[in-house]
Design a binder for this molecule. Structure first.
Ligand code: 6PG
Length: 221
């Protein structure tokens, strides 16, 4: 990994740690919503060693693949392996999957589970794919319109471009946060973000759903 990307991951971890610490000054628990994928790993590892009252922090995911946690594709597995270690092992993790066979069967259970958390979240960390998706708000998903407009907190998503069914927090739910931080690397994603900033069709580049709310962009080449 480039030094620049390592430095970026550390800066993001410091910003998230400061945000959680600030909110925990005046509330009993704080909520951190993170994204999966490959980009977050050095950020998770930097954050995991930060000194915080982690026992008062709830961590959940912006989205998840509907797979068992033993699967390499599981975002919960990624978070447990790289974030919920060291000091952060004391945090309370709230997964987005159930034992149901499909996300459609599990969505109500997951919605009830996350409703118990300390919304608004202190921080939502978003990633972005090369197609401009964020969380599991994919341009080619038949459920994108619903996920962008529903008052429900969680949506089951089937996407031709993705091998597994997914479950995602809705755009409305993801907006329930004091701070939004977008973490991405590389020239390709920078160009996609530039296109997103230059237009307004959210269906084409769903990351646009978060460009209006204050968004801290953490990008490295
Ligand atoms: C997921 C993520 C997804 C991710 C982007 C970027 O479940 O895959 O939540 O939204 O943030 O796909 O992924 P990379 O960091 O692997 O490029």
């Amino acid at each position: 990994m480039s030094q620049t990307r390592e430095n970026l991951a550390r800066q993001l971890a410091e910003a998230v740690s400061e945000a959680l610490r600030a909110d925990l000054e005046h509330q009993e628990r704080a909520l951190l919503v993170v994204s999966g994928g490959s980009t977050p790993v050095p950020f998770f590892e930097a954050l995991s060693s930060m000194a915080l009252p982690w026992e008062r922090v709830d961590v959940t995911l912006a989205d998840e693949r509907w797979v068992d946690e033993s699967s390499d594709a599981s975002n919960a597995r990624l978070v447990r392996r790289h974030l919920l270690t060291a000091a952060a092992a004391k945090a309370n993790f709230v997964p987005l999957t159930t034992d149901d066979a499909t996300p459609e069967q599990g969505v109500e259970t997951v919605a009830a589970r996350i409703a118990q958390l300390s919304w608004p979240a202190s921080v939502v960390i978003l990633g972005m794919g090369g197609d401009g998706h964020t969380a599991s708000l994919f341009p080619d998903s038949p459920e994108l319109g619903l996920a962008l407009s529903t008052d429900e907190s969680v949506v089951a998503v089937r996407t031709p471009s993705q091998p597994q069914p997914r479950i995602t927090l809705s755009a409305g739910c993801l907006h329930q946060a004091r701070r939004h931080m977008l973490h991405l690397n590389g020239e390709d994603k920078r160009a996609v973000l530039a296109s997103a900033l230059a237009g307004d069709d959210v269906r084409k580049l769903p990351i646009r759903a978060f460009l209006a709310c204050p968004l801290a962009v953490y990008w490295a080449p």
